[in-house]
Design a binder for this molecule. Sequence first.
Ligand code: ATP
Length: 231
Amino acid sequence: MHIVEARDITKVYLHQKQEVRAVNSVSFDIGEGEFTVIAGPSGSGKTTILNIIGAMDSPTSGRVVVGERDITDLPRGERADFRRERVGFIFQNYNLIPILSVYENVEFALDLSGEVEGGKKREKILKLLDELGLSELSSRRPSELSSGQQQRVAIARALIKDPILILADEPTANLDTATGEEVVDLMERINRERKTTFIFSSHDPLIIQRARRVIRVRDGRIEEDDSEDGL
Ligand SMILES: Nc1ncnc2c1ncn2[C@@H]1O[C@H](COP(=O)(O)OP(=O)(O)OP(=O)(O)O)[C@@H](O)[C@H]1O
C-alpha cells in the first residue's frame, strides 16, 4: 500500500509580486514502512514538499493522497484534524513546549490526537519514554536537556499518536555529527521495529546515506530517485 501518492505537485509562492516556483511538477509514491530522505541543497524545495505531504500547506496544482485520503483541497479545519491525528512531525528546532516537562510534552500531543483516555494514557506514555530511553528525564523541561535529548523527546511526541507517517524536516541540522547519527539511529530503529514510515529531509551526505531511498531535489524538481524496490 502507498502511504503517500504525490502527483505532479507544483507550489508557486508570490513574493513581492514575483512568482517563486518552489516545487515544480513533482511526482512520487511512498510505500508503507519506507525510510526515505528528500535530499537537496538549501532552497531546493524540501520543506515545501514535506509541508504539502503533511497537510501543512496545499499545492498550487497536482494531487496528494496520504493514507488513502485525498488531502489536496481539504478545508483548513479538516486539514488540521488530519495532521493532528495521522501525521507525526519532527523539526530542526525540536519545537518542544518550554514550560512543559518531557512527559507533558508527549502527553499534550496524545491529548490533541484525541486517541487514548485515562489510565491507559499514562501507561502508553511511560512505555514509549522507556522505549526511547527517556524515562529518567521525564520530569525535566526542554531547557534542561541536551540538543540530542530534545530531539529524542520530539521523536517521542511524534510517535505517541501512532501516526501513519513521520515527517522530519532536517532533524539533524542543529546537532553535531555524532548526535545527529544517534538521532538517525533512533529513527531507523523505530522504522525497523515498529514499521513506521519515515520521510526526512537533509542536505548532509552522512545523513543522506543512512536512508534506504534517496529522492534528490534541485530547483523544485526531482533530479534522481533511487527507489530500491523500483517504485
Ligand atoms: N512562504 C514563502 N514565500 C515565498 N517563497 C518561499 C516561501 N517558502 C519558500 N519559498 C521559496 O521556495 C523555495 C524552496 O524553499 P524550501 O524552504 O522548500 O527549500 P528547502 O530545500 O527546504 O531549503 P532549506 O534547506 O534552506 O530549508 C526557495 O526558493 C524559497 O525561498
